[in-house]
Design a protein. Structure first.
Length: 155
C-alpha cells in the first residue's frame, strides 16, 4: 500500500512536469516566462518539502533528521545516497541515486542557465533547460522509488 503523502508527491512531480512543458511552449512561442518560472520554483520547493517530511516520517532514529539536509543544494548530493540506503538497504540503489544526484549537481554547476528565463532568452538555453529538467526528474523519481520500495516492504 502506498500512503497518501507519497501519492501527493507523485502528483506534484507530475504537476512540475506539466509546468515545465508549458514553460517549453512559452519559450518556443517567445512569451514572457518569469511568473511561470517562479510558480514552477514554488511547486518544486513544495515537492522537496513533502519529500523531506515523507523521509522523516518513514525512517527511525537519528538518521531521520538527515532528511532536513535535502534542502541544501550541495549537501543533498551526499545525504541522498545514505537516506536511500536506509530506505532500501540496497547499495546498488544508493549508488544509482548518488550518480543521478551528482550528475544533476554537476550539470547545474556547469550550465549557464539563468535562474529566471525572460522573453526571447529561453531558446538559447533550450537544450540545457531540457537536460536539467530530465536530471531533476530522475533525481526525484529515484528517491521516490526508494520511498515506495520501503512502503511496499513495510506492508
Amino acid at each position: 500500500m502506498v500512503y497518501f503523502l507519497t501519492k501527493v508527491l507523485f502528483g506534484l512531480i507530475t504537476l512540475d512536469q506539466i509546468l515545465f512543458i508549458y514553460q517549453l511552449w512559452g519559450i518556443l512561442s517567445n512569451s514572457l516566462l518569469s511568473p511561470l518560472t517562479i510558480v514552477n520554483y514554488v511547486f518544486g520547493l513544495i515537492t522537496i518539502g513533502i519529500l523531506i517530511f515523507r523521509i522523516y516520517s518513514i525512517l527511525n532514529g537519528y538518521s531521520r533528521y538527515l532528511s532536513f539536509l535535502l534542502i541544501l543544494p550541495v549537501v543533498n548530493v551526499f545525504v541522498v545516497p545514505f537516506l536511500s540506503y536506509k530506505l532500501t538497504s540496497s547499495k546498488i540503489l544508493a549508488s544509482i541515486t548518488f550518480a543521478i544526484w551528482f550528475a544533476n549537481l554537476f550539470f547545474t554547476l556547469l550550465s549557464n542557465i539563468p535562474p529566471v528565463i525572460y522573453f526571447d532568452e529561453g531558446s538559447y538555453f533550450l537544450s540545457q533547460f531540457i537536460i536539467l529538467d530530465l536530471l531533476s526528474l530522475a533525481s526525484l523519481l529515484s528517491v521516490t522509488f526508494c520511498i515506495v520500495y520501503r512502503e511496499k516492504r513495510r506492508n
